[in-house]
Design a protein around this ligand. Structure first.
Ligand code: OGA
Ligand code: FE
Length: 333
């Protein structure tokens, strides 16, 4: 089954968009926004309105862009949003968050990956094969795989120092929900892992002596997200172009641990937002997800992201497995 599926992926990859009934029959729900999408990219932000109009035009069709929905934040009463990361005290709800599914077209970057980068868009796709396929031994991950990720980040960002502080293996097909944080499957909710404040606090936590000094230079938090074992067929990861995120779209959520508090951003729906993904992303291709940048000069500071359902996913394909490593990236030593 899996072998047959991989053969299918290969044959599809060799035929690029511009139609063919064979492909369309495999992915009947994909439509083509490709040519106009490219034009909008170069026209940049001024094109958001025409882009939105384009999304509602059914005459433009592509095979690779995915019509789906993403889950966005909606307020509950006027309470300050919070989420417990452990069992809350008796009588207190785990969280007070709600979400709504809104239709979104997630645009495929396959073939134009190099047009996107961390500073302009907040995300970047890099071909960086790993020596590791299995990711079963935590020690090997922390020593050998972390070393690869450090090299990758230094090479892409020219940073002087990289501190990998955490990783998550997503091996389960069961989605990680607000009420089931331990599921370690795809996260189907638009979010950013840290707020600006939590990112700075993290620098203090990991480098208590050096925090003020390193924070006087540029500090970034970047996740390195890699598929494991197979090309991603189910629940790919969508990333949002920073230039299309409005100032009111990010909602700070208190993250309550037994011994401390952090915070993450939940994300309101905004029709201007543009989401992208890399179709059939392979284990040799990583997504760099910027979660924080101390730079305030117009550089992309973060990218909201979420896993999504691709209605064209071959049902027989294996569920997605992935690893994300979280890194503090410093411009100073
Ligand atoms: C991440 C993330 C979710 C997923 O890497 O920060 O949110 O579904 N991943 O892989
Ligand atoms: Fe995340």
């Amino acid at each position: 089954m899996v072998t047959a599926y991989l053969g299918l992926v290969k044959s599809i990859c060799q035929i690029r968009p511009s139609a063919g009934t064979g492909i369309a029959s495999h992915f009947p729900t994909r439509v083509d926004l490709f040519p106009l999408h490219r034009r909008c990219e170069s026209a940049h932000l001024a094109s958001v309105e025409s882009y939105t109009a384009m999304l509602s035009s059914s005459s433009i069709t592509s095979l690779r862009d995915v019509h789906t929905s993403l889950n966005f934040y909606v307020p509950v009463n006027h309470e300050e949003p919070y989420q417990y990361v452990f069992t809350p005290p008796e009588g207190i709800a785990h969280n007070n968050l709600d979400s709504e599914a809104r239709p979104v077209v997630v645009l495929d970057v396959r073939g134009s990956e190099s047009e996107y980068d961390l500073d302009k868009n907040g995300f970047q796709y890099v071909r960086w094969p790993s020596a590791h396929r299995e990711f079963t031994d935590p020690e090997t991950i922390k020593t050998k795989y972390y070393a690869e990720v450090e090299d990758l980040l230094k090479s892409v960002t020219s940073a002087k120092r990289v501190l990998l502080f955490d990783h998550t293996l997503r091996l389960s097909a069961t989605a990680e929900t607000l009420d089931n944080l331990g599921a370690r499957g795809p996260v189907e909710r638009v979010h950013v892992d840290q707020t600006y404040e939590a990112a700075r606090a993290r620098v203090h936590r990991h480098l208590p002596q050096d925090a003020d000094r390193v924070l006087s230079s540029r500090v970034r938090i970047i996740n390195v997200w890699r598929p494991i074992q197979n090309p991603v067929a189910h629940k790919p990861l969508a990333v949002c172009d920073w230039r299309t995120v409005g100032p009111d779209d990010l909602v700070s959520v208190r993250l309550i641990y037994p011994d401390r508090e952090g915070s993450t951003f939940s994300v309101r729906h905004n029709p201007d937002m543009r989401f992208h993904y890399l179709s059939n992303q392979t284990p040799d291709e990583v997504t760099l997800i910027k979660c924080f940048d101390s730079a305030e000069d117009g550089t992309a500071r973060l990218t909201p992201h979420s896993a999504f359902t691709d209605p064209g996913s071959p049902p027989e394909a294996p569920h997605r497995q992935s690893i994300e490593v979280r890194a503090l990236v410093f411009d100073s030593l």
